[in-house]
Design a protein around this ligand. Structure first.
Ligand code: ADP
Ligand code: MG
Length: 591
């Protein structure tokens, strides 16, 4: 007897013939689709191979990767871009562990994601009798995500999926683990009963409106500021209330700094954008208004030299997570709520007579911004061979300005830090990068998700080292024929390509790779377009061609091996050795 196909289209429960049966596989697929989830990022294998097959047969988009970590990074990025949980599916134990890094990454970045992993038999796992890929995955997942659930009975699949979706989306979004023992998938039940057991989650991310006292307190603090600054974080980009955010920023008239994935929420070329005067605004401002941004390490915890005189600033913060307040500095006016509700309440409260900050402050910031941009401009036009980062990224900056719907994916050390400051982003959610942890290897997963979820052209700007963590996924890019153009900033190594072995021995230095590697030839192996370029002009031409054709393309951009610096802009996070300078004469060169 054929298993009933309970699924017709998403978001509706289909009618089933009386007496027909369904099973765990199909209930899981139906439960996801009922909640509008239509895409799965996965790596097939025991026990979920057929689950992927059936999901595809039922009309879901199922994208198979070469390694679970990248399927997971894709799901995480999809969560950020769509405001719906991105779903990653893996096999048991090793596949699960590979996916777990991405689940933790999604949670750390406050992005909704669900990791569904097959697992082996509970009876054997719990008595540690040594099953195929035996592992207590639920217990291992729990500390690395927002919530973790296991489903044991087919009739609970609706409940399990509903709990996973709600947990991922409600309040501060995050990653959820769903444990699916192999035996569950094969369980059979009456199709009509199964249908009734499914749950369509109602209002999974409810509006969270700040109280009136909190709003007037915030208005008072903002009003009293002489040198205010706004910091926009990726929470504000995730919230998808772009017009409201823009209206709030423009009404207040404060200079603003976008965190890396908030770039483009307002165009980086906006007159209030003060990225090019970052040091000045962080140091001299007297009031900082954080909108969906945390005062974590990326903002040096709101303290230290870069933040100016200790205690001289007041902080106002919008965040959906109440416990985020005072995590690093006193928050004088906490606004707990979703960004849209908070921005709306603030705009209502400040009305039409808002006094923008003095020209003395905004003019000084503007002068600094214009001065720094003018200083930088000629360096971004250089056509030097070998290329330095500025010449190469100048070319990419122009390509993005001409194609502002392109989604930029960016990872590396120097390739990340320099691209973040050089390549302007013009529209919201058009930049995906290494996120809160600074992970290397997010590139190809993020690029696949960006292309799949939006249909837009993607430009992945990759350090050669970062690319190495995810490079095999170019086969995935080619297999699905995605409009992804990858530029490898190839300087022959990690940070720099001219490292030396300080022992004088034969082995290469710990930070260098094979000299003059031809990453473009890897792309050709999978039928993609591979191009080798040595000058900014050639690079621009190759990118233009990739954008025009929308073909999977990899450009090997040869960068001067001496162009980078150790750890990019975060060399200060390396511990220092008191004896290195006297033991190794070469150490002086690095600092
Ligand atoms: P960035 O790294 O860009 O500074 P963070 O990841 O540090 O951004 O901060 C994002 C913040 O946004 C988190 O504290 C998260 O709780 C918050 N957030 C996420 N979504 C929303 C939302 N819809 N409304 C309000 N705050 C949100
Ligand atoms: Mg490198």
């Amino acid at each position: 007897m054929a298993v009933a196909t309970a699924t017709t289209s998403s978001n509706e429960k289909a009618s089933v013939a009386p007496g027909s049966q369904t099973d765990g596989f199909h209930l899981l697929i139906d439960a996801l689709r009922l909640n509008g989830i239509e895409t799965i990022y996965n790596v097939p294998g025991i026990p979920i191979t057929d689950l992927g097959r059936y999901a595809q047969a039922q009309g879901m988009r199922v994208l198979s990767f070469r390694h679970e970590q990248h399927a997971g990074y894709a799901a995480a990025a999809a969560g950020f871009l769509t405001k719906k949980p991105g779903v990653c599916m893996t096999v048991s134990a090793p596949g699960f562990l590979n996916g777990l890094t991405a689940l933790a990454h999604a949670t750390t970045n406050c992005w909704p994601m669900i990791l569904i992993s097959g697992s082996s038999e509970r009876e054997i796992v719990d008595l540690q009798r040594g099953d195929y890929e035996e592992m207590d995955q639920l217990a291992i997942a729990r500390p690395h995500c927002k919530a973790a659930y296991r489903i044991l009975h087919a009739e609970d699949i609706g409940l399990g999926v509903a709990r996973a979706i709600r947990a991922a989306l409600t309040g501060r979004p995050g990653g959820v683990y769903l444990d699916v023992p192999g035996a569950l998938l094969g369980q059979v039940m009456d199709a009509a009963e199964g249908q009734k057991s499914l749950i369509e989650v109602v209002d999974p991310s409810p509006a969270s409106v700040p109280g009136p006292d909190a709003v007037s307190r915030a208005v008072e603090v903002l009003k009293s500021a002489k040198k205010p600054l706004i910091i926009l974080g990726k929470g504000a980009a995730y919230a998808q209330c772009d017009d409201k955010v823009r209206q709030l920023v423009e009404t207040l008239g404060f200079p603003y700094l976008p965190m890396s994935m908030a770039k483009g929420l307002l165009p980086d070329t906006h007159p209030q954008c003060s990225s090019a005067a970052r040091s000045l605004v962080l140091k001299d401002s007297d009031c900082v208004f954080l909108i969906g941004a945390r005062l974590n390490w990326l903002l040096s915890h709101g303290q230290g030299k870069s933040w100016g005189e200790k205690g001289a600033k007041k902080f106002v913060q919008i965040d959906i997570e109440p416990s985020e307040m005072d995590s690093n500095q006193k928050i004088s006016a906490p606004l707990i709520g979703d960004i849209e509700s908070c921005a709306t309440a603030l705009l209502d409260a400040i009305g039409d007579n808002w006094q923008k900050p003095s020209e003395e402050w905004t003019g000084a910031v503007r002068d600094k911004v214009e001065g720094n941009i003018a200083k930088m401009a000629p360096r971004l036009q250089n056509n030097n061979v070998p290329m330095n980062y500025q010449g190469a990224l100048g070319a990419l900056k122009r390509a993005i300005a001409e194609n502002p719907d392109t989604i930029v994916v960016n990872e590396g050390a120097n390739a990340l830090d320099q691209a973040r400051s050089i390549v302007d982003i013009h529209k919201p959610r058009k930049r995906l990068d290494v996120g809160t942890w600074g992970i290397m290897g997010i590139g190809m997963g993020s690029a696949v998700a960006a292309a799949v979820e939006t249909g837009n052209q993607v430009l992945a700007i990759e350090g050669d080292s970062a690319f190495g963590f995810c490079g095999m996924e170019i086969e995935t890019v080619c297999r699905y024929n995605l409009p992804v153009c990858i530029v490898i900033m190839n300087n022959n190594g990690i940070y720099r390509g001219d490292g030396e072995n300080w022992s004088g021995g034969e082995d290469p230095a710990t930070t260098v790779f094979v000299e003059d590697s031809r990453y473009d030839m890897m792309m050709q192996a999978f039928g993609g377009v591979g191009v080798h370029v040595t000058s900014p002009d050639e690079l621009k031409q190759a990118v233009d061609a990739a954008f025009a054709s929308r073909k999977p393309t990899l450009i090997n951009a040869v960068i001067d091996p001496a162009a980078g610096k150790e750890s990019g802009n975060i060399g200060n996070l390396n511990p220092s050795s008191v004896v290195a300078q006297e033991r190794y004469p070469q150490a002086k060169k690095i600092k």
